[in-house]
Write a protein that binds this ligand. Structure first.
Ligand code: URA
Length: 244
């Protein structure tokens, strides 16, 4: 079924773009979301509450990719709404980046955890899980075609670039993706949240803010916009409601 959806979607999109660029993106995205909700591409669906798909306007110029939903996201059905998401929001705000004009998603769409008593402890996705879930991310990117994709952390970078990279080595300059667009790799907000040493934490958060300013401007430049986009766009979608 997966390949059929992939090929069918691809053909529909190409035909649609040939007639009227971006005319029916929303319907295609919703079809993708419906498929993702019943994803069985790996075993992670068995214990997670629901698929946590990406959200944001379909004409976003920046697409952020995290690792996987955490406990709060698994329950809410939305990416980056827990503690790391709240820090992410506040750092974006400091950088003057309007999250509602960006598309936010994850490399892996189901919460992977280890149960410890009543607590569900985050467990890093492995290569097989990242590879299985890459299919959804590729389709999200194919629909949105953002000039800039931001990998938040090593898992996202691995999924987007297709191999393991050291964040320190690739940070600060774009990596070209297969479709010719730019991928910027930076730290994951969870790492910025948990950094124990206050001075380093302050410095790293400030660095992240500066990076976001630069990336926001870069995305606007690549999209041919005179200033970073601020007004709500006609293709903006409502945030998806939790699966049900
Ligand atoms: N961490 C992530 O990588 N993604 C989320 O959605 C939440 C926390």
């Amino acid at each position: 079924m997966a390949n059929l959806v992939s090929e069918g979607l691809k053909r529909a999109l190409e035909a649609e773009r040939a007639i009227e660029p971006k005319s029916n993106l929303r319907a295609s995205w919703e079809a993708l979301l419906e498929d993702a909700r019943v994803c069985r591409r790996c075993h992670l669906y068995k214990h997670a509450t629901q698929t946590v798909f990406g959200e944001g306007p379909l004409d976003a110029k920046i697409l952020f990719v995290g690792e996987q939903p955490g406990d709060a996201e698994d329950l809410a059905g939305r990416p980056f709404v827990g503690p790391a998401g709240q820090l992410f929001d506040s750092l974006l705000e400091k950088a003057g980046v309007d999250r509602s004009q960006t598309y936010v998603t994850n490399a892996v769409k189901h919460f992977k955890f280890v149960q410890r008593g009543k607590r569900r402890i985050h467990n890093k996705p492995d290569t097989g899980e990242i590879t299985a879930c890459r299919w959804w991310l590729e389709h999200e990117r194919e629909l949105i075609r953002p000039p800039v994709t931001v990998a938040l952390g090593a898992t996202a970078a691995r999924s987007l670039i297709g191999k393991a990279v050291t964040i320190g080595k690739v940070r600060g300059a774009p990596v070209e993706l297969a479709d010719g667009s730019e991928c910027w790799v930076t730290m994951h907000p969870s790492a910025l949240l948990r950094m124990p040493e206050p001075e380093r934490r302050r410095a790293e958060r400030a660095r992240f803010v500066e990076e976001m300013k630069r990336i926001w401007k870069r995305a606007a430049d690549l999209a041919g916009l005179p200033t970073p986009p601020r007004a709500a766009s006609p293709l903006r979608q409502d945030r998806p409601t939790p699966a049900g």
